[in-house]
Design a protein around this ligand. Structure first.
Ligand SMILES: CC(C)(COP(=O)(O)OP(=O)(O)OC[C@H]1O[C@@H](n2cnc3c(N)ncnc32)[C@H](O)[C@@H]1OP(=O)(O)O)[C@@H](O)C(=O)NCCC(=O)NCCS
Length: 221
């Protein structure tokens, strides 16, 4: 991403990163955005666990110690309807291990979501690569404990992840893949993304909510 403070010449070069963070935070209405140093040529730094903060939330890397909390996220009837496999503790552990691998390989994944003030775990949100019609697309996913739903946490975290994705990768699109019957997720995705369409995956009709880099840059400028 270009440092616009350097472009318009209104501020000293030493303040570029702080200004960039402030501008992104202002545009998104979030308090701060992780912008790690990157080796030249890479759009992210796989050595530094990314942490995003919004007004109310902190996204941190998962650890195996989160297994019990994550199991609870998928334990209610609504979540289990869309993630029946997460009734299996081994699948929950595999979810965490998949994300630990994603952090190593890509520098991001689904992150554990905590309320900043109390530090309590409320779910997860983050970015993973998913197959969409044979293409590898960056997807924002979000999952919130039943008792914490309806407070805007998924929307707040997903917006920060959209910013992270376009800032730290060269992806031209970022999406969220949602089952049409998952009305809560559709409500979140419709707020976060700019467009939607249907597509087929594994013989299932799904909704693809998406934002193109072009649209995202136009809205931010
Ligand atoms: C989807 C999910 C993450 C939303 O989390 P959340 O923190 O409650 O999300 P938000 O508070 O930001 O927004 C929720 C929206 O869904 C709406 N909603 C909640 N339950 C709903 C339902 N059963 N039917 C229709 N809308 C519903 C809320 O009204 C709200 O929209 P609004 O603010 O326009 O009224 C949460 O429901 C969840 O964890 N579900 C199980 C896991 C899942 O399905 N994840 C998504 C996979 S694609």
């Amino acid at each position: 991403m270009q440092d616009s403070s350097a472009e318009n010449g209104t501020r000293g070069a030493g303040h570029g990163r702080a200004d960039q963070r402030a501008q992104i935070a202002q545009a998104l209405d979030i308090s701060s955005v992780y912008l790690g140093r990157r080796p030249s040529g890479l759009r992210y730094d796989p050595c530094i666990p990314p942490i995003l903060q919004t007004h109310r939330l902190r996204l941190r890397t998962y650890s195996i110690a989160d297994e019990a909390g994550l199991f609870e996220v998928f334990a209610d009837p609504y979540a289990r309807r869309f993630y029946p496999e997460m009734a299996d503790r081994a699948k929950v552990r595999a979810w965490i291990e998949w994300n630990l691998g994603n952090y190593n390989e890509f520098g991001f994944g689904l992150w554990a979501m905590e309320v900043k003030v109390e530090g309590r775990f409320v779910g997860d949100c983050g970015l993973t690569y998913q197959d969409v019609e044979g293409r590898r697309e960056l997807e924002i996913g979000y999952h919130v404990l039943e008792r914490e739903r309806g407070r805007g946490y998924a929307t707040e975290a997903a917006r920060a992840c959209l910013e992270f994705g376009f800032t730290h990768t060269s992806s031209e699109n970022i999406c969220s893949i949602v089952a049409p019957l998952n009305q809560a997720s559709c409500a979140v995705a419709a707020r976060v993304h700019m467009a939607q369409r249907e597509f087929m995956k594994g013989g299932q009709r799904l909704l693809l909510f998406y934002t193109t880099r072009h649209e995202w840059e136009a809205v931010r400028s």
